[in-house]
Write a protein that binds this ligand. Structure first.
Ligand SMILES: Cc1cc2nc3c(=O)[nH]c(=O)nc-3n(C[C@H](O)[C@H](O)[C@H](O)COP(=O)(O)O)c2cc1C
Length: 461
């Protein structure tokens, strides 16, 4: 009896320590941020970034580091942390922003957009918060991809908004198609000129390491339409790679001809460094003419075992884990399971079992990827709850968003208890349906607040 009582006391004490630590970390981060903002001197160059998958963040950090190297005081901050007061004081701001979705701002910029860039009042007056920015000089690097209909749309609307409020550009906006090195060189060059740097800055060239293709396994041999592969890549000798759940592996395939550009593809990493390899979940793409997709075909079919695959790890801060004391609802479909698997592994490794997985695919018999992993975690309590949606196992199509709606009360309870929601997978066929279900279950205001507080994050493609 006494033994049981002692165990209960120990568990309660451990829980309190965990909560205290999480609260302290949160407070330390908030204090650091507040002090950075408070100490931003009027002459400092503020480099503000809005990034969905980390490219803009990486470039903003490298821009700020290069400026510091050239003797300038430069601060790098996410756009979502910038408020009207800072905008009113800042003399020089550099914006590095990407466009996501269908011409949308990155999720983490939503608070800036709704607080400052929201449509003007009907009488045409500028929003009170942001009357004039005539004191500000700015430059803007807009990241995008010409394959999307609304190329660099968020960069363009931020540029337009800044100019309408009187901010003066140091030079014209640079739109970057697919991180082209020429455009990045132009950014470095224009900045060096505009800020009269004696030594021109340069953004360090991106380099890839050769990771060995060590294992390839077809995960769904029974599904002829949408082949999916588990791929393992081992680091080159001497490299001690560091990454965390949520990060992305970018793979480069050189084009073979001198004038063609190399192809780059990004895959969510499904493993942790302690697994000794990067695990990827890769869908083999086949074009309507029957040809294999360039990079996916190479990884899943044509590259021989032992091939060196040029790879670099891209930190994807937007999809890093919440503090481990928090409950977490993971929602995904198809190959989106990769990113969720890394989060599950990390949480289980840290002894945090308050995780709920909602996963959707086509057929239970063929497409239940990592079934053994998932079922054993669920059976031994490491995964608190599991909901599966196999869309084609019955006459009517059932997707994760249907499971979400069916579990509305529990979703609300988890969110009330502080849960974060992470979504990984298809941008077109899943993310909008899940978003709508969340809005219906939780209400628009709660969903917006979750997004603003970083408790609703998406890594969709
Ligand atoms: C899901 C998704 C949607 C995207 N939508 C657009 C778009 O509408 N317009 C555009 O120009 N680029 C679009 N892009 C391309 C990104 O802007 C580009 O890859 C950029 O380098 C990403 O930068 P980030 O990692 O900082 O978000 C999209 C990329 C993804 C993955």
């Amino acid at each position: 009896m006494l033994e049981r009582y002692l165990i209960a006391v120990c568990i309660a004490a451990a829980w309190c320590v965990l909560c205290l630590r999480a609260w302290r970390t949160h407070r330390r981060k908030a204090t650091q941020e507040a002090s950075t903002l408070a100490h931003a001197a009027d002459g400092d160059i503020i480099v503000a970034y809005a990034s969905q998958t980390g490219v803009a963040e990486d470039l903003a950090n490298r821009t700020a580091a290069s400026l510091r190297g050239a003797g300038k005081a430069a601060l790098c901050l996410p756009l979502g942390h910038i408020d009207a007061n800072l905008m009113k004081r800042a003399q020089r701001m550099l914006f590095v922003v990407s466009t996501t979705g269908e011409g949308d701002p990155p999720d983490a910029a939503s608070s800036f957009v709704s607080a400052l860039m929201a449509p003007q009042p009907a009488d045409g007056a500028a929003p009170a918060a942001m009357s004039t920015l005539a004191h500000m000089r700015f430059a803007l690097l807009a990241l995008g991809d010409r394959e999307y209909a609304r190329f660099c749309a968020f960069g363009a609307s931020l540029d337009d908004w800044l100019r309408r409020h009187g901010a003066r550009p140091l030079f014209d906006r640079i739109d970057v198609d697919n991180a082209r090195p020429e455009s990045l060189d132009q950014w470095s060059l224009e900045l060096s000129r505009a800020l009269a740097l004696s030594n021109p800055i340069s953004l360090a060239p991106i380099s890839y390491d050769g990771w060995t293709l060590a294992r390839r396994q077809r995960l769904n041999p029974g599904n002829a339409e949408a082949p999916c592969f588990h791929i393992e890549l081992r680091p080159p000798a001497g490299l001690q790679p560091a990454w965390q759940a949520g990060d992305i592996a970018e793979i480069e395939l050189s084009a073979g001809t001198v004038d063609a550009l190399p192809q780059h593809r990004q895959y969510s990493i499904a493993s942790l460094p302690e697994d000794g390899a990067i695990h990827l979940l890769v869908r083999q793409v086949r074009k309507p003419d029957g040809q294999l997709g360039r990079v996916s075909g190479w990884l899943t079919e044509t590259a021989a075992h032992g091939t060196a695959i040029p790879l670099r790890i891209r930190g994807n801060r937007n999809f890093h884990a919440p503090d481990s004391a928090r409950r977490l609802i993971l929602i995904g479909n198809g190959t989106g399971l990769a990113g969720l698997r890394a989060h599950l592994k990390a949480r289980i490794g840290a002894g945090q079992h308050q995780t709920w997985l909602l996963f959707g695919e086509r057929f239970r018999a063929h497409d239940y990827h990592y079934r053994e992993n998932i079922e054993s975690w669920h059976a031994n309590g490491a995964l608190a709850r599991l909901d599966l949606a196999f869309s084609r196992d019955q006459a009517e199509r059932i997707y994760v968003q249907h499971r979400l709606r069916g579990a509305a009360t529990d979703i609300r309870n988890w969110v009330e208890q502080g849960a974060a929601i992470y979504v990984c997978g298809s941008r077109d066929s899943m993310a909008p349906g899940v978003h709508k279900a969340l809005v219906d279950v939780l209400g628009t205001q709660t969903v917006q607040a979750l997004m603003r507080d970083g408790r609703y994050r998406r890594d969709v493609y």
